[in-house]
Design a protein around this ligand. Structure first.
Ligand SMILES: C[S@@+](CC[C@H](N)C(=O)[O-])C[C@H]1O[C@@H](n2cnc3c(N)ncnc32)[C@H](O)[C@@H]1O
Length: 234
């Protein structure tokens, strides 16, 4: 398991420079005008779910990557801590935020392994994670959600954004694993291959997981690509 998780992180380190092509529907991720239009429309819908949370004092973003959602969070939160395990990702994230003109003194970038991460007790009003929960192995899930719960203040919320199972979400040369598989083979632009964990949660399962972890939750899906969940700590 440790080797597998290290290799999963290594995949993202190596992918950092080309990561945004997935989100921007470029190169191998360009699925044609109609699917691309649906993608961006559903991104907007998911973003609306986040905006609905309103302004927040202190937010913690887990696995921020290149910062595709960090900028949105930075506009919504007075103080933001963004964690990722890959320095390559954090470098791009910091540069992206630097270009926005936002006050970076309120944003902290932290390199940490989320499987070793020690949460600060009741320190945050919001924990945000996009496309991260799907990479957390089921055997580590309870522990991970307990940490998320612990770091939230009473009344604080966790916001989860992740992928629905959709062939058009990934690159045109990736094989979507069957419903019964949890690992996926991912290729980089240069052809190197890595096996990673990718779980597709259905709304009921995600709701139950959050409820079992102590949250009162609301889960929504967009038509094809995304699932969002808000869990509130009592
Ligand atoms: C699918 S990306 C999501 C990035 C970003 N949240 C987004 O929405 O684009 C997964 C992120 O998890 C990070 N990651 C992978 N393993 C990690 C670990 N063990 N600890 C911390 N971050 C990790 C990767 O570096 C990558 O940035």
């Amino acid at each position: 398991m440790e080797d597998f998780l290290a290799s999963q992180l290594e995949y993202y380190r190596q992918r950092a420079a080309e990561y945004d092509q997935w989100f921007l529907r470029q190169g191998r991720y360009d699925r044609g005008d109609e699917w691309n239009r649906r993608w961006f429309s559903e991104v907007d819908e998911a973003r609306t779910h986040l905006v609905e949370l309103g302004s927040v004092d202190h937010c913690l973003e887990l696995a921020c990557g290149t910062g595709l959602w960090t900028e949105r969070l930075a506009r919504q939160c007075k103080k933001l801590t963004a964690i990722d395990g890959a320095s390559e990702m954090l470098k791009i994230c910091r540069a992206r935020l630097g270009e926005t003109g936002l006050d970076l003194s309120q944003i902290q970038f932290v390199e940490d392994d989320l499987f070793e991460w020690e949460p600060s007790h009741e320190a945050h009003d919001l924990v945000f994670m996009s496309f991260w929960l799907s990479h957390v192995p089921p055997v580590r899930l309870d522990e991970f959600l307990q940490k998320v719960y612990a770091t939230l203040k009473p009344g604080g919320r966790v916001f989860i954004l992740d992928s629905r199972r959709s062939p058009q979400s990934t690159a045109d040369d990736h094989v979507l694993p069957s419903e019964y598989e949890s690992s996926a083979v991912r290729k980089l632009n240069d052809g190197r291959e890595y096996t990673i964990l990718k779980l597709f949660y259905d709304p009921n399962t995600l709701r139950e997981l959050l409820n079992e972890a102590g949250f009162a939750s609301q889960v929504r899906v967009t038509n094809n690509f995304f699932i969002t969940a808000v869990g509130k700590k009592p």
